[in-house]
Ligand binder design. Structure first.
Ligand SMILES: [Zn+2]
Length: 323
C-alpha cells in the first residue's frame, strides 16, 4: 500500500513538476567523488586560497565506533585565506586537533601574520578550532550574534568576541572583506563572507557540494533557506567557496536553489497526498519519495546528516500546506 502510494505520488510530480523545472536547469548534479587524503591548499584567485581536507572515510566527530557510517569520504569545512599587504584574514578553522595543520597550510601561502579570524557558522567541523587559534595567535574572532549564541548554548569554547547582526566588514591592507547575514538557512547564523574585489563568496554550509543540511536546533529552516539563497544570488560574484567541496560558479548555486525548491515542493506534495511522517522513516523510503537520485543527492556526503532531520523537515513543510 505504502509502495503504491509513493509510486503514485512520484508519478504525479514526475509528470507535473519535474518536467517544468528540468527545462530551466538540469536537476542531476554530479557531486565530487573524493579519495582519502591529507589537507591541501588550492589557489582560488590572486590573494585568495582554500584549504580543503583532510579527506576521511567519515567525519572525525561523526563516526561512532560500531555506529552508522554512510561509507562516504568526508572533509571538515573549507577554510579560506585572504592575503593582504598588512596580514592575513582567515575564514573558519576546522576541528581543534587540525588547527596545527591548518596554520601550517596558512604559512605555505604567506609568512605574514594572521590578523583576523572570521566564522561562517557555529558547527564544530568548521570552527571548533577557534579556541586553539585564539590561544595560538591571540586574534579577534568575528561572527554573527547568532553564531556566538549557538556557541554559548552548546558550551562550545572559542565563541566569537566581536559580533554583528546584519553586516560587518574588515578593512586590512587596502582590502575589504565583508560579512553578510542574509537570513536563516542551514542555521540561524549563516554568514556569507564576501570578497568584493575578487567577486568571490565563502558561503559556509549555505552552499555545499552535496545535499543541503538543515540544523533545526541550531535555528535552521528549509523554507527560509531558499529565500536566503535568493538573496545570495542578488550579490555580484562568479566564484563560490562552499562549506564543503569543490569551488563552484554562480550557475551552480542557481541549480542548487532549483533543486532545493523542487525538494520542498515534493515534500509539500507528499503531505497533500496524505503521506505520513511515519512512512518516511527510513532513508531508502525518503530517497524514493523525494526523488533524491533525480536531484543528485541520493548518496551525497551530507545525505545521511540531512536524513537526521527529516521529521522536522516534514513538519516545517507540512505547516506551509493549506488544510
Ligand atoms: Zn554546518
Amino acid at each position: 500500500m505504502r509502495t503504491l502510494l509513493i509510486a503514485s505520488v512520484l508519478a504525479a510530480f514526475v509528470l507535473l513538476g519535474v518536467a517544468a523545472v528540468a527545462q530551466q536547469l538540469p536537476l542531476r548534479q554530479e557531486v565530487e567523488r573524493l579519495a582519502q587524503g591529507p589537507l591541501r591548499t588550492d589557489r582560488v584567485k590572486e590573494g585568495l586560497y582554500v584549504i580543503r581536507g583532510p579527506f576521511l572515510p567519515c567525519t572525525t566527530r561523526g563516526c561512532r565506533p560500531g555506529g552508522p557510517d554512510d561509507g562516504l569520504i568526508h572533509e571538515p569545512g573549507d577554510v579560506a585565506v585572504r592575503v593582504t599587504p598588512d596580514g592575513l584574514i582567515v575564514i573558519d578553522d576546522k576541528y581543534p586537533e587540525m588547527v596545527g595543520d591548518v596554520l601550517a597550510q596558512v604559512r605555505t601561502v604567506s609568512a605574514l601574520p594572521v590578523k583576523y579570524l572570521l566564522n561562517s557558522h557555529h558547527h564544530g567541523d568548521h570552527v571548533s578550532g577557534n579556541a586553539n587559534v585564539r590561544a595560538t595567535l591571540g586574534v579577534d574572532i568575528i561572527g554573527h550574534r547568532s553564531i556566538r549564541e549557538n556557541f554559548l548554548r552548546l558550551n562550545q569554547p572559542g565563541e566569537p568576541n566581536i559580533t554583528f547582526t546584519e553586516q560587518a566588514a574588515v578593512h586590512l591592507g587596502g582590502v575589504e572583506v565583508q560579512l553578510r547575514w542574509l537570513g536563516r538557512g542551514h542555521t540561524s547564523g549563516d554568514t556569507v563572507i564576501y570578497f568584493p574585489d575578487l567577486r568571490t563568496v565563502h558561503t559556509g554550509d549555505l552552499v555545499i557540494d552535496g545535499m543541503p543540511v538543515i540544523d533545526y536546533p541550531g535555528g535552521g529552516s528549509a523554507v527560509e533557506f531558499v529565500r536566503t539563497i535568493d538573496r545570495l544570488l542578488e550579490m555580484d560574484f562568479d566564484t563560490v567557496i562552499p562549506g564543503h567541496g569543490r569551488l563552484m560558479t554562480k550557475d551552480d548555486v542557481r541549480a542548487y536553489r532549483v533543486r532545493f525548491q523542487t525538494m520542498n515542493d515534493r515534500m509539500r506534495a507528499l503531505v497533500r497526498r496524505g503521506v505520513s511522517k511515519e512512512q518516511l522513516d527510513t532513508l531508502p523510503e525518503v530517497r524514493t519519495a523525494l526523488g533524491l537520485a533525480d536531484l543528485g543527492w541520493d548518496d551525497s556526503v551530507s545525505t545521511t546528516a540531512w536524513f537526521g532531520s527529516v521529521g522536522r523537515y516534514y513538519d516545517e513543510l507540512a505547516a506551509t500546506v493549506a488544510p
